[in-house]
Write a protein that binds this ligand. Structure first.
Ligand code: S3P
Length: 466
């Protein structure tokens, strides 16, 4: 372990390079149906999106930033390692408490080795924006999952700054970037609704003279905009009549260190929430969950399905809305989720599919094509997860349909998680309510976003045993 920090285990993951057959370091799990309700009060780890950004922006600001509640999952530790390789000082002072100071905008140093971003698309794509806007050459790679994911979506706009990219066929990692010390500011309309691409463009704009303008067809999570303002940048946001947004950043701002409190991750809270909704008699409270309106599509959808999900204690912490969630077991019914809601719950579809499988009636999730390019092809993998356990599904174009069993998920299947943390957690929740045990090939990747997940769920009474 490095002094002052937890290590990024991207290298170990790369050595595993696992796709289908579990390797010797895989952590399989067999989940049996819960025999008692889930009860208790808990907190989930810090928000992954905000944690990556906190480390990156703190490295680009003048002065020392103190971060509390940082997610210490493997994805975020890869970002910390990369920022150190670029000359930042990122020191862990206690659980979730980090002190970060950096060389500042335009001042990062050329890394002397390959930057390994592990399993994290967010880390790789956001960092591309920073690397393209510094006068240096860098090389980035990731684990077998990340090396399959499309980087062309950031390479295309970032090349317009004048930076050059060399990647594998189809724009896949490893990728070399020759950045510019004086990049052109971009004016870019996103072809896909992606906060990662939007953020890469804005990050490149930090070291560009003049205004950087990004237009998004649908509003996506705005943590980058919020945090840039928090550090003193001038960012204006206007809504378009079509429901999108235009974001304008004034280049070369004087970013000044400010403390950051990272809220609990709503995408991680989704797993205990759905588990409590499905296991009969359950009653739990999750404290301090981020409630940014561009992240809470799942809560709206679950309520549409009949969930008893109450929010209290709403407050603002570190510039983000936060609250406490009270969840009680509920009889759910099928739902149609409109495509416009997808960006606000894009990571939640696998666990929503589990809720829909246990609900009464058919559910339809419209316009979920982006699921195909996540840590796995989540559309195919979610279908496989459910079908292996006796739940019928159908994919029509970019829509996913789940035929609910009204509380009678057969189970008995083996779930392939394809190096995808959210599939592993979704399968574990399915196992808590299925009639026959559900086998999961590997739960190790849960550590990328939710370290301690199985133990935390066990404190509620889940009864997971590795
Ligand atoms: C993220 C944006 C989303 C999401 C990912 C985190 C971010 O990806 O799926 O887990 O932090 O900006 P896309 O921007 O590709 O939709």
């Amino acid at each position: 372990m490095r002094p002052g920090g937890l290590t990024c285990t991207a290298q170990r993951r790369n050595e595993r390079g696992m796709t289908h057959a579990p390797s010797s370091s895989a952590r399989p799990l067999r989940v049996v149906r819960a025999t008692a309700p889930l009860t208790g009060t808990l907190r989930v780890p810090g928000d992954k999106s905000i944690s990556h950004r906190a480390l990156m922006f703190a490295s680009l600001a003048r002065g020392e930033t103190r971060i509390s509640g940082l997610l210490e999952g493997e994805d975020v530790l890869c970002t910390a390692a990369a920022m150190r390789a670029l000359g930042a000082d990122a020191v862990r002072e206690g659980a979730g408490c980090w002190r970060v100071s950096g060389p500042g905008i335009g001042q990062l140093r050329e890394p002397d080795t390959v930057l390994d971003m592990g399993n994290s698309g967010t880390a790789a794509r956001l960092l591309s924006g920073i690397l393209a806007s510094h006068g240096m050459t860098s090389v980035m790679t990731g684990d077998a999952s990340l090396r399959r994911r499309p980087m062309k979506r950031v390479m295309d706009p970032l090349a317009q700054t004048g930076a050059t990219f060399l990647a594998r066929e189809g724009g896949r990692l490893p990728m070399a970037i020759r950045g510019l010390a004086d990049p052109h500011p971009l004016d870019y309309r996103l072809p896909v609704a992606s906060a990662q691409v939007k953020s890469a463009v804005l990050l490149a704009g930090l070291n560009a003279a003049g205004q950087t303008r990004v237009e998004e067809p649908v509003a996506t999570r705005d943590h980058t905009e919020n945090m840039l303002r928090h550090f003193g940048a001038t960012v204006t946001v206007t809504s378009t009549p079509q429901g999108g947004r235009v974001i304008v950043l004034e280049g070369r701002p004087d970013l000044v260190a400010r403390d950051i409190v990272v809220p609990g991750d709503p995408s991680s809270a989704a797993f205990p929430i759905v588990a409590a909704l499905l296991v009969p008699g359950s009653d739990i409270v999750i404290e301090g969950v981020g409630l940014n309106p561009l992240r809470t599509g799942l809560f709206t959808t679950l309520r549409d399905m009949g969930a008893q999900l109450e929010i209290s204690g709403e407050r603002v912490e570190g510039g983000e809305p936060v609250g406490d969630l009270h969840v009680r077991a509920s009889a759910l019914h099928g739902v149609t989720v409109p495509a416009e809601r997808a960006p606000s719950m894009i990571d939640e579809y696998p666990i929503l599919a589990v809720a829909a499988a246990q609900a009464a009636g058919v559910s339809r999730f419209c316009g979920v094509e982006e699921l195909r390019v996540k840590e796995s092809d989540r559309l195919a993998a979610t279908v496989a997860l459910l079908e292996a356990n006796g739940v019928q599904t159908r994919v029509e174009g970019d829509d996913l349909m789940v035929f609910g069993t009204a509380g009678a998920v057969p189970g008995g299947g083996l779930v392939q998680t394809h190096m995808d943390h959210r599939l592993a957690m979704s399968a574990s929740v399915l196992g808590l309510v299925a009639q026959k045990p559900v086998a999961i090939d590997d739960t190790a990747f849960i550590d990328t976003s939710f370290p301690g997940y199985l133990d935390l769920m066990n404190t509620l009474g889940a009864g997971f045993s590795a």
